[in-house]
Design a protein around this ligand. Structure first.
Ligand code: ZN
Length: 462
């Protein structure tokens, strides 16, 4: 039995239409989108429907430290000092805590308009086991905690178990703290195999590959993993976030990280290069030519002082980008998108910098991030059309913010001036998870989150 919904207006691949009926089958797939109003027996939804946004980069546990690292830690405060606090938080995590933190995070993402998430997951053992070798069962339990959290919140999940082996270029062994993340290549491939069996059971779950970074994955391990993965699943990697790692890569290999990767790996449309922050124009030309997606997380990159990504250069080269909330200092797709444009404006001292000459600014950012984000999520999402998952964000057109707005000015107003209040309802995989700004499980999820944080930080108070 199909469900049919008639929206006041909807943004489809060919632009805005009024009176759009979207039909969804019981599996949660869109089976028909019709812009004529002869379809009867559809439930009326008073609002503007747009495709939900894929969040392409998340480290769920880091939500627990949002706001805890804003006191200046001396004149050299940087990504590298922030990382010490992150390791401390990681050392407090159990599968239970991870589940509690991630369920709240994912529910909050859905309320903001993210309908799927790529979880770049390197916390392979409970923090209290740090220093000891971890077992396959422990690794499975940590992954399962995330899969259960996604299922509780209802968000689509691309789980990216992450390979992490060394603390720097040249095969330096992991530090004591990093042992919680590290494993042998064989153990990693076993974990992938086990998790893929779960993913075959749900259209809401995909399992891809993540290589933590070139500093954490030696070339021989990178090749072994890539040789074993030829089935089209997404491959994500942190690539050039910090100038220090670009320098280390140059010293060790004679090449910059993006340059080295393109020369040594079969980079193609499956690949998502997270934080390609320090990229030269030539590198971005090559990334665009390979069809890879650049994964940007502007609020985290700003919070960590990473540097400005040359977005205009990527777009001029015809390159694709998607967005993620990464450390979750902010959970808002519109904030990530507007900062891409604002960074470019501040650098150029001009307005309206990111453009393709066709779409308006907000529309261009939302549509391109949706399309490329879907591709590197490895799931059929990112567009309101037959054959895709029914992931729909409904904007509240009764809000004063949207008065006298139509077509692309709706999405421009949402991206540049919207707040968390602008999203009224959210459907994921055919289920209404958020109605009237309430997530169906928010009370239970909030209680679980508070319990998890009390457990994680209790030793600070005793
Ligand atoms: Zn990351």
């Amino acid at each position: 039995m199909q469900s049919r919904y008639r929206f006041t207006c909807a943004w489809l691949a060919d632009g805005w239409h009024r009176n759009v009926v979207i039909s969804v089958d019981p599996e949660g797939d869109i089976v028909d989108v019709s812009a004529d109003d002869t379809v009867t027996a559809a439930r009326m939804i008073n609002g503007a429907a747009i495709a939900g946004m894929p969040n392409i980069h998340s480290h769920a546990f880091q939500r627990a430290m949002a706001g805890l690292v804003e006191q200046r830690g001396g004149k050299d405060d940087s990504f590298w000092t922030w990382r010490e606090t992150m390791y401390d938080v990681a050392s407090r995590i159990t599968p239970d805590c991870l589940n509690g933190v991630a369920a709240q995070l994912y529910a909050d993402m859905v309320k903001a308009g993210y309908t799927s998430v790529c979880e770049f997951h390197y916390l392979h053992s409970p923090g209290d086991a740090s220093g000891e070798a971890h077992s396959h069962e422990q690794r499975l339990a940590m992954s399962q905690a995330l899969m259960d959290a996604a299922s509780t919140a209802g968000i689509g999940l691309t789980l990216l178990p992450t390979l992490y082996q060394t603390s720097d270029f040249g095969g330096a062994p992991p530090t004591e703290r990093q042992r919680q993340f590290s494993m042998e290549t064989r153990e990693y491939l076993d974990l992938l195999d086990a998790l893929r069996q779960s993913s075959q059971r749900s259209p809401q779950l995909e399992v891809g590959v993540a290589l933590h970074s070139l500093r954490a994955v030696p070339p021989e391990s990178l090749r072994a993993v890539l040789d074993s993965q030829r089935n089209g699943q997404p491959i994500h990697i942190h690539i050039a976030e910090q100038e220090r790692e670009v320098q280390a890569c140059l010293e060790r290999t004679g090449k910059r990280p993006i340059e080295w990767l393109l020369d040594n790996a079969p980079v193609d449309r499956r690949w998502c290069l997270i934080h390609a922050t320090h990229a030269t124009p030539a590198e971005l030309q090559s990334v665009a030519a390979a069809g890879a997606v650049v994964g940007l997380c502007p609020t985290t990159e700003a919070n960590l002082g990473d540097g400005l990504f040359p977005m205009e250069t990527l777009l001029e080269a015809g390159g694709a980008f998607a967005i993620g909330s990464d450390s979750h200092i902010s959970l808002s797709p519109i904030e990530e998108l507007r900062w891409l444009e604002y960074q470019a404006r501040l650098a150029r001292r001009q307005r309206g910098v990111l453009t393709d000459g066709k779409l308006s600014g907000g529309a261009l950012l939302w549509q391109k991030a949706c399309t490329a984000g879907a591709r590197v999520s490895g799931r059929p999402i990112g567009e309101l059309t037959a054959g895709k998952r029914a992931d729909v964000v409904v904007l509240d057109m009764n809000s004063p913010l949207f008065a006298a707005r139509s077509d692309d000015s709706i999405i421009d107003t949402f991206v540049f001036s919207g707040t968390s209040e602008s999203v009224r309802d959210v459907m994921v995989g055919g289920r209404w998870l958020v109605q009237d700004r309430r997530h169906f499980a928010e009370t239970a999820v909030a209680a679980g989150y508070k319990r998890a944080l009390q457990k994680m930080f209790k030793r600070d108070r005793s």
